[in-house]
Design a protein around this ligand. Structure first.
Ligand SMILES: NC(=O)c1ccc[n+]([C@@H]2O[C@H](COP(=O)([O-])OP(=O)(O)OC[C@H]3O[C@@H](n4cnc5c(N)ncnc54)[C@H](O)[C@@H]3O)[C@@H](O)[C@H]2O)c1
Length: 364
């Protein structure tokens, strides 16, 4: 996931040695799968040979648009095809571990949509299986390929923002209630991966409150506090219950502040604003000076993050360069979600005298 790799991808050259196209099968054609399919289909280095979904109607609908791709309801067909190099998994979270481990055991390079697995232990197990077999395992953390997110990372790394004090994030909309997972499993991977990528560290403390406002047992709103070893604090608000869609993160540093708003035509705005504390000359007399300078909106590359991400997966296969840092980050995302979930229970709804228990989210 090094910058040089990204630069090569942006300039259209992956550094990939010449060989035939990487053959890919995609499982899961619900909301997200068709996006992956469109992008895979457009990649020069890829030949999509299978699409798979156990919902026949869905499968047929997508197959009609891609007549050269073989449709199947059986995942087994992908596993047993000796000519298939890689499998891309876009099924619900709780199927990730089972499908990804079958894929790796069948010797296929494997791309799993976020989150990597439904538990840290299962994420570790997938990483070990991939390592043992010398296969590429990658998790879809699409926002890490988004130009605004990359730009904020650059600003932090070059020190333009000064010391980072805190980050606040809102990812809310009147969203689709998931039937089997909380809003943290659904939306949290985006914020947690972005935060760890920006800050280059993992949170040492995670605490969440939330509630199941609509469907008993499924948290549809959560407020998560994170503390990082460097002292940076973060607050992440996640919700499927909001009057309007917000995808907004604010980074406050000692020198400058940045607003990253994914829904805005100016997704990154840098505020040369701050407050300077001057040491008191006498006890109790401190002075603050307020700075309110320029607001700059940098020009950003126009590239589709998903195309960069899948190109990186394909390049990793053809160059045999494992995206280890990215996979470790994906594993940490699962750990943070798990930690947040364990602190959630107290906030969930009570119906009469009966406490509504959440279905187990970590397990088989
Ligand atoms: N990167 C992103 O921005 C992003 C956005 C949305 C969803 N996602 C991820 O994509 C994945 C899928 O989410 P979705 O919203 O498309 O889910 P979905 O429920 O809409 O679709 C899942 C599909 O998988 C199929 N399926 C399930 N188990 C199967 C099996 N064993 N064999 C064959 N088909 C099977 C279902 O029939 C369904 O069509 C999730 O991991 C989600 O977190 C990522």
């Amino acid at each position: 996931m090094g910058r040089s790799r990204l630069e090569r991808l942006l300039s259209g050259s992956t550094g990939t040695p010449s060989r035939g196209p990487v053959t890919v099968g995609l499982v899961g054609l619900g909301y997200w799968g068709p996006n992956l399919l469109r992008v895979l289909h457009e990649l020069r280095e890829v030949s999509v040979s299978w699409i798979c979904d156990r919902d026949l109607e869905r499968l047929q609908r997508v197959a009609d648009r891609y007549p050269a791709v073989t449709p199947t309801c059986s995942f087994e067909d992908l596993l047993t095809d000796p000519d298939l190099d890689a499998i891309v998994i876009a099924t619900p979270v709780f199927s990730h571990y089972a499908l990804a481990s079958l894929s790796l055991d069948a010797g296929k390079h494997t791309f799993v949509e976020k989150p990597l697995a439904p538990s840290t232990a299962q994420a570790d197990d997938l990483i070990a299986r991939a390592d043992e077999r010398g296969l590429i395992l990658m998790c879809g953390l699409t926002f890490l390929y988004s130009p605004p997110v990359r730009e904020v990372k650059r600003l932090i790394d070059v020190g333009d923002l000064g010391e980072i004090y805190f980050v606040s994030s809102s990812r809310v909309n009147l969203g689709l209630h998931q039937r089997d997972i909380s809003v943290i499993w659904d939306l949290g991977p985006h914020d947690f991966s972005i935060l760890m990528y920006w800050l280059g560290e993992h949170p040492s403390r995670v605490n969440a409150v939330g509630r199941d406002s609509v469907v008993p047992g499924i948290a549809d709103v959560a407020f998560i506090d994170l503390a990082f070893p460097s002292g940076v604090l973060a607050n992440v608000e996640l919700s499927w219950l909001a009057p309007s869609k917000l995808r907004r993160m604010v980074v406050v540093g000692s020198e400058k502040m940045v607003v990253y708003d994914d829904a805005s035509p100016e997704p990154v705005r840098i505020f040369d604003h701050g407050v300077v504390y001057q040491d008191p000359e006498t006890f109790g007399q401190y002075q603050l000076s307020y700075r309110s300078g320029d607001i700059v909106s940098p020009r950003l590359d126009v590239v589709e993050p998903l195309a960069l991400e899948l190109s990186e997966f394909v390049a990793a296969i053809t160059t045999d360069e494992r995206p280890s840092a990215l996979t470790r980050l994906a594993r940490e995302v699962v750990r943070v979600i798990e930690r947040a979930e364990t602190t959630l229970d107290a906030g969930l709804r009570h119906e009469g005298d009966r406490t509504v228990s959440r279905p187990s989210i970590v397990g088989g």
